[in-house]
Design a protein around this ligand. Structure first.
Ligand code: AMP
Ligand code: GLY
Length: 420
């Protein structure tokens, strides 16, 4: 079969590469993808993720069995709805189900209604009311733009003044446009964060290994929040009983709730969790795979992803299997300056082979040749599987030391929390 993946980052590289490994798959197109993906035999399709009609035409004219939709904005824009309306299969939630991600107020109301543990909250569109609530609750407190804001719409405020400023910027100064027309203000939770992913169809779900992202730009969790600078899976110091508890108190009730709301879920559900003294609680839901978590989760899949998803879409029971050996760890290499302003066009080192995978996020070929140049904030990621976090770090960091990374930077402590 021929498949289409929508998106262009390292996440989509990992998904598409895994799909192409299947003996059942002859070709995987990525729209729009990035040039680095072609080194793994993927075919780029120069169509933007918002060009629904062109994507649909391509899929129907080229015998695409189904399409995997990666990014949150494509899901929120109803790309899956449009594919289905055209009689095509797509793996990802419809717009109504993806609302779990694109409206934090909706996600909170579902959690409240179905008893899913999460931080206490209230939603506001009026600044004075928000300010009064913050003053009543005190700090620390968390202020979140309701809609999608490229991961930048969350302020963990240490003081009342900081929280009031954040609410003012979102509600009055329209810092995030319509995404901040409403704000969710919630209780600050403390504990260790981890991510739990599942392939979902209705109430059936298939858990993936746990993963931990590193969102801050610099070592020691310093600096601004980014899309994610590195990850590892599974999280070795997380007791299996915590995952069991999260399944019972979070995954099952939310999926049942979505069915009761007539918004049955299909796709990858990403639960961003925090292990508090009262057990795991939800920080946020995403309606898609995480980036860079996907790049450390999918290499651990030992079954055939294309067959598994084909089965799931056909209403059959898929048999997902995962290795239980060792740990998979990856370090993101980003452009100097990211997540703020950065330069593009830095010459990239050669793609790694064998036990270190290179996934590309922001890469393009030079105009006059096959040399790869940087073309985004997050540029590429090195991923390996080893017996321990320490061994994986050693392998990745010695590889990075041999690479020319001038104009680029990476964190040197990915996974270190797991070995402290
Ligand atoms: P989000 O975009 O909702 O994942 O939030 C970004 C980050 O803000 C999370 O990864 C947490 O580190 C932090 N955060 C969000 N909500 C809370 C909360 N209620 N308590 C503590 N930290 C939070
Ligand atoms: N790694 C965080 C995200 O994908 O949202």
């Amino acid at each position: 079969m021929k498949l289409l993946v929508v998106g262009s980052g390292g996440r989509e590289h990992a998904i598409a590469k895994k799909l192409l490994e299947s003996p059942q798959v002859e070709q995987v197109f990525v729209a729009p993808g990035n040039d680095g993906m072609t080194l793994d035999g993927l075919d780029l399709l120069p169509i933007g993720i918002d060009e629904h009609a062109r994507l649909i035409d391509f899929a129907s004219q080229n015998d695409i069995a189904w399409t995997f939709v990666g990014p949150d904005d494509a899901l929120a824009a109803g790309l899956v709805n449009d594919f289905e309306a055209a009689g095509l299969k797509a793996f990802g939630p419809r717009k109504e189900a993806a609302e779990l991600e694109w409206s934090k107020d909706f996600a909170k109301s579902i959690m409240q209604k179905y008893g899913v543990p999460t931080a206490r909250y209230q939603t506001f569109s009026d600044f004075e009311a928000a300010k009064a609530y913050i003053e009543k609750e005190g700090a620390p407190i968390v202020v979140k733009a309701d809609g999608l804001a490229l991961g930048k719409g969350v302020v963990v405020a240490e003081t009342v003044a900081e929280a009031v400023d954040a609410a003012r910027e979102m509600l009055l100064d329209k810092q995030f446009g319509d995404s901040g027309a409403r704000v969710v203000i919630e209780e600050f939770l403390s504990g260790e964060e981890f991510s739990l992913f599942a392939f979902v169809k209705g109430q059936d779900f298939y858990l993936m290994p746990t993963a931990q992202d590193h969102k801050r730009a610099y070592d020691g969790d310093k600096g601004p929040n980014t899309g994610g600078m590195g990850a590892y899976a599974p999280v070795p110091h997380l007791a299996p009983s915590v995952v069991d508890e999260a399944v019972e108190t979070i995954i099952k009730p939310v999926l049942e709730g979505m069915i009761a709301e007539e918004r049955p879920y299909l796709g990858v559900l990403y639960a961003g969790l925090i292990l508090t003294a009262d057990g795991p609680k939800v920080i946020e839901f995403n309606a898609r795979f995480g980036d860079p978590e996907t790049q450390v989760i999918l290499p651990r899949l030992t079954s055939d992803l294309a067959v598994n998803l084909d089965d799931l879409l056909a209403g059959k029971s898929p048999n997902f299997t995962w290795t239980s050996e060792g740990v998979t760890l990856g370090v993101v290499v980003a452009s100097e300056g990211y997540p703020l302003a950065y330069e593009k066009g830095v010459l990239l080192p050669a793609k790694t082979e064998d036990d270190v995978i290179t996934y590309y996020a922001g890469a393009r070929f030079a105009e006059n040749g096959r040399a790869l140049l940087s073309n985004g904030g997050r540029v590429y990621m090195l991923v390996t599987t080893a017996d321990s976090v320490a061994q994986a770090q050693e392998r990745i960091y010695s590889q990075l030391e041999q690479q020319e990374t001038k104009g680029l930077f990476y964190r040197r402590d990915i996974g270190s929390k797991a070995i402290q």
